[in-house]
Design a protein around this ligand. Structure first.
Ligand code: TXA
Ligand code: MG
Length: 340
């Protein structure tokens, strides 16, 4: 049995980290699976607990900028980014000083990803442990990232020392990953901090939209794996398709159908009137939808009778870009228009 650590048990949680055990920690994005980044044996346990491929490098979570300087030279632009966006949902990839981080952390790359999460209990945990923490999302590899302590327990109970409980996470999708190791800053994974937010601070930023092939080595190795996938098939629904979805629901009364959409769609399409629909609200916009997405997918996953999930499309504006990136992965890029 894994333990739930409350915010006044940070010392206990830090002890577990220092003993080479795993502790899940809260961030403003999703829960991370923490281990001492300077202890290769502890880091190996992270891959084992998640079932994560070992060529997928981990983010190093730090309490402040000074901690990064031990492992990497911080260039002027990266310093500006840290001053502006840290603590916050921006992960920065930098070339590392040789020999400072074990290859189990970096996946053998000459760069590493650094992040300073905006959650006080986690900053306190890192300070108390006295070491940075590696922290992939604390889910079984391939499943939706955890936004609540109970999601972590569902996937990892018995495999980790415990979870530091800080309730539900605020943003709900993982941090923006920005590669600062090349000539032009490059977004490898969209998050709450967008190109539009970054450009006033560092000038030109590019986004890597490239879909990585099976035998290719992607820039962010995590991008090649199947992600966020529930057992049901997810279909993305564009605004103008909801009337067709309602028709489909009427024709499939023998099925239990999961629907994730805004309250506005729920009311205007009278989705409450169908016995075969299980509805999860995405709130009012892409911001609330990002917060609810992974919890919604997990809730439907717990209902074995649901084989089909319809989830609302949002414009790729602001956090809508990150929401659509995660939704497309969970849907295997399948839209309602692709349904038989
Ligand atoms: O919000 C977040 O970033 C959460 C919380 C817990 O901090 N963490 C998270 O970690 O999402 P993870 O491991 O699930 O995703 C890290 C991503 C992966 O796609 C990984 O391949 C990429 O960052 N990455 C890590 N180090 C890298 C490097 N040196 N170069 C390129 N990509 C890297
Ligand atoms: Mg992850």
């Amino acid at each position: 049995m894994s333990k739930i650590f409350s915010s006044d048990e940070i010392k206990l949680a830090a002890k577990a980290i220092n003993a080479g055990e795993l502790v899940s920690f809260p961030t403003e994005t999703v829960y991370g699976l923490g281990a001492d980044a300077t202890n290769p044996e502890a880091v190996k346990k992270v891959y084992a607990a998640k079932g994560r491929p070992s060529d997928n490098p981990l983010i190093v979570h730090v309490a402040d900028q000074a901690e990064v300087a031990k492992f990497a030279d911080i260039d002027a632009k990266s310093k500006k980014l840290m001053d502006h966006f840290w603590p916050g949902p921006l992960t920065i990839i930098l070339p590392i000083k040789k020999g400072t981080l074990n290859s189990v952390v970096t996946g053998g790359l000459e760069t590493a990803a650094f992040r300073n999460p905006a959650t006080q209990v986690t900053i306190d945990l890192i300070r108390e442990a006295g070491v940075p923490l590696v922290g992939p999302s604390a889910n079984t590899s391939g499943k939706p990232s955890p936004t609540k302590p109970e999601h972590v327990m569902h996937d990892l109970d018995g495999k980790i020392a415990g979870v530091l409980d800080d309730g539900e996470t605020k943003i709900g999708v993982e941090s923006t990953v920005l590669d600062m190791s090349g000539a032009i800053p490059s977004i490898l994974r969209p998050g709450a901090i967008t190109e539009k937010d970054l450009e006033p601070v560092v000038g030109e930023v590019q986004t890597d939209h490239h879909q990585v092939g099976k035998d290719e080595v992607p820039k962010a190795p995590g991008m090649k794996y199947k992600h966020y996938a529930p057992n049901a098939q997810v279909y993305i629904v564009a605004d103008q398709e909801w009337d067709d979805v309602v028709e489909w629901i009427k024709q499939h009364t023998d099925q239990t159908i999961g629907v994730m959409a805004t309250d506005h769609i729920f009311e205007s399409k009278k989705l409450g009137s169908f016995d075969n629909v299980r509805f999860i609200s995405l709130g009012k916009d892409s911001e609330t939808a990002s917060r609810e997405l992974f919890d919604g997918l997990r809730t439907f996953d717990a209902n074995v009778s649901i084989k089909v999930i319809f989830s609302q499309k949002f414009d790729r504006i602001g956090i809508g870009e990150a929401y659509m990136n995660r939704l497309q992965k969970s849907a295997g890029n399948t839209y309602f228009s692709d349904i038989d």
